[in-house]
Design a protein around this ligand. Structure first.
Ligand SMILES: C[S@@+](CC[C@H](N)C(=O)[O-])C[C@H]1O[C@@H](n2cnc3c(N)ncnc32)[C@H](O)[C@@H]1O
Length: 238
């Protein structure tokens, strides 16, 4: 965690180091991300066609710094962790755990065994550093639409800003995998707006359409746009 928090060197030095340490593909991807702001359609086509590649190149230290620099992200993670802990889950899996920000916030609220899964090696690398010393948080490299776990392996399965990064057919598979591996609850923070790197889904409506009972659903208080923000908890069994 300490090494993640070192002050950043100046941009030209950062760019040179990035090119040397992470290669041309990473540097090119970052340049496109920063320069195509006014052309979201091109941005989606050129750098977001493959979400796993995107999160491998964007994830890790860059993403960590960006997120930790925004106090709103910490307040949101704490709010979600409070809601998750309120259901007293006996074990929790977070799909798309990133560098472990939400897992860390959940850890201080419950002793339940925790697991995180992500399809990005760079994000998981940052998670190993960020969650360093917390042996009771297991981390897995894997895809949310093909979970490497038996049916009913976790009491609660959580996603936060993950399903929205996947196209509709994959999003559907992820939700079905959530239902398969969750024993009692699914909890989701998935926003509903569409942009170059997100699809946006009404997750609560999807569960209702499948006949599940929603335990709670509504906007996250600290999100800037309550119309587009959604946190829901679903009873997947019983
Ligand atoms: C916006 S980040 C959110 C990270 C974390 N949930 C949080 O709230 O801090 C999205 C994460 O989901 C992961 N992700 C997106 N789609 C995924 C999928 N289909 N399978 C596994 N991980 C996925 C990405 O690699 C990335 O780490």
């Amino acid at each position: 965690m300490d090494t993640l928090l070192h002050p950043e060197p100046l941009l030209p030095l950062r760019a040179w180091r990035a090119l040397r340490s992470r290669g041309v593909r990473y540097a090119w991807h970052k340049t496109l991300r920063r320069s195509l702001g006014r052309w979201p359609t091109w941005k989606r086509r050129l750098i977001y066609a493959d979400p796993r590649a995107y999160w491998t190149l964007r994830g890790g230290r860059d993403y960590f710094r960006e997120q930790e620099g925004q106090v709103g992200r910490t307040l949101r993670a704490e709010w979600i962790a409070d809601r998750v802990a309120a259901y007293r889950p006996t074990s929790i899996l977070e799909i798309g755990c990133g560098y472990g920000k939400l897992l860390q916030a959940i850890r201080v609220r419950t002793d339940a065994p925790l697991a995180g899964l992500d399809f990005s090696r760079s994000q998981l690398g940052a998670a190993r550093e960020f969650l360093n010393g917390q042996d009771d948080v297991e981390l897995f490299l894997g895809r949310g639409d093909q979970l490497p776990f038996a049916d009913g392996s976790f009491d609660m399965v959580v996603t936060s800003a993950v399903i929205l990064h996947n196209p509709p057919e994959i999003a559907d598979k992820i939700r079905r995998e959530v239902i398969r591996v969750a024993r009692r609850f699914a909890a989701h923070n998935e926003e509903m707006n569409v942009s170059y790197n997100r699809y946006g889904y009404d997750t609560a409506a999807w569960y209702r359409s499948q006949g599940f009972r929603i335990a709670e659903s509504g906007p996250i208080p600290m999100d800037p746009d309550p119309v587009l923000s959604q946190f829901c908890v679903v009873r997947v069994n019983g």
